[in-house]
Design a protein around this ligand. Structure first.
Ligand SMILES: Nc1ncnc2c1ncn2[C@@H]1O[C@H](COP(=O)(O)O)[C@@H](OP(=O)(O)O)[C@H]1O
Ligand SMILES: [Mg+2]
Length: 333
């Protein structure tokens, strides 16, 4: 559906893509030589690195300069850095490579700009590094940014620095940005050449021939439950990778289904940008009962289990999910 609001979507798209590209360059550079002491553990024991902090500070600062009235829901904040001045200086030095005159206090302030509670209204949603575990394994990760207005994602970009540009050439050139604009479709851009082309989901309506994709980390969603659903549909083995790259892989037709059956409500920054890009590429994203996801509930999307498909096989997947729907939230193999 065409957007009829007051935002200039072309301008927003330009800013979103440029800032995600910058964050991809910053995070890729840090990824090459990250040190053990540059990785912290959060309260939930998940890792966070100086690259997560630097990426959020860079994006938060640039967006605030361009759109001072739009708040941001971001995964990180500055509290750990305020307690560790040495690490804070490292983060600040990385951000300075892109914004020479930024001060340490501005870096910390930009990070804390991610503290918005979400809900109704207009706000950015940022995951400065989605798939931090993949980032640390030197595998897939994504910089994920979108703008939400009253629960609708207007513009989204997924920067995937390590994802092969051509899925048929897994050892070929890597680094792409997936882009979606409300009512205008989705595209994939080569980070190096800036070459861009429209993408669409696969045209397969036969679930038994479809490829599905899931998290590489078995602790992030139930591989066992996914396998049951895949088996009921006659699907083969999954493709596993970290981060919202999985939404990009469905959006460009490389896979027809992304299953994410977890036991904890999913954070909005792990889902919103990728889900919109899949939908703009012609696919569908719902919970296990077929309800659309909600992006106006706060910092989570309210559901623990969801899937993205090419649309054509969506009802078949819903039917395969149905028998164990009640147990799917507690089943965690
Ligand atoms: N037990 C859990 N269940 C569901 N999601 C989880 C989880 N633990 C961590 N995550 C989320 O899974 C994201 C990574 O997803 P994936 O497995 O698709 O790569 C993490 O994002 P971050 O890496 O930004 O922290 C984190 O938000
Ligand atoms: Mg993250």
């Amino acid at each position: 559906m065409a957007y009829s609001g007051s935002h200039d979507l072309a301008l927003l798209r330009k800013v979103v893509v440029e800032v995600v590209e910058k964050a991809c360059h910053l995070t890729s550079k840090i990824q090459k030589n990250i040190l053990h002491e540059e990785v912290l553990k959060k309260e939930d024991f998940s890792p966070v690195t100086i690259a997560d902090f630097a990426s959020q500070a860079l994006v938060g600062h640039i967006l605030h300069q361009a759109f001072p009235h739009i708040p941001m829901v971001g995964e990180e904040d500055a509290s750990a850095l305020r307690a560790d001045p040495k690490l804070a200086t490292k983060v600040s030095d990385h951000v300075k490579e892109f914004i020479a005159d930024i001060s340490l206090e501005e870096v910390l302030g930009a990070l804390d700009r991610g503290n918005h509670p979400g809900g109704e209204g207009t706000f950015w949603v940022l995951d400065p590094i989605d798939g931090t575990k993949g980032f640390l394994r030197k595998e897939q990760f994504a910089v994920c940014l979108c703008l939400i207005e009253n629960g609708q994602v207007l513009v989204a970009a997924l920067g995937c620095p390590n994802l092969p540009i051509d899925s048929a050439l897994p050892d070929g050139e890597k680094g792409c940005v997936f882009i979606g604009v409300k009512g205008k479709g989705a595209s994939q851009m080569n980070i190096s050449t800036k070459k861009e082309f429209p993408i669409c989901v696969s045209s397969s309506s036969d679930a038994s021939k479809a490829t599905y994709v899931e998290s590489l980390e078995s602790g992030h969603s139930s591989h066992g439950r996914h396998a049951e659903i895949a088996s009921a549909l006659g699907m083969g083995a999954p493709l596993r990778m970290d981060s919202q790259c999985k939404f990009g892989v469905v959006a460009r037709g490389q896979a027809s289904l992304y299953l994410r059956i977890s036991k904890t409500p999913q954070y909005i920054w792990d889902i919103a940008a990728g889900a919109m890009i899949v939908e703009e590429a012609g696919g569908r994203v719902t919970d296990l009962t077929g309800r659309a996801l909600q992006f106006s509930l706060g910092r989570t999307v309210g559901v623990a289990a969801l899937f993205a498909s090419n649309g054509l096989i969506h009802d078949q997947v819903l039917a395969a999910c149905a028998p164990a729907e009640d147990s799917s939230h507690s089943c965690f193999v």
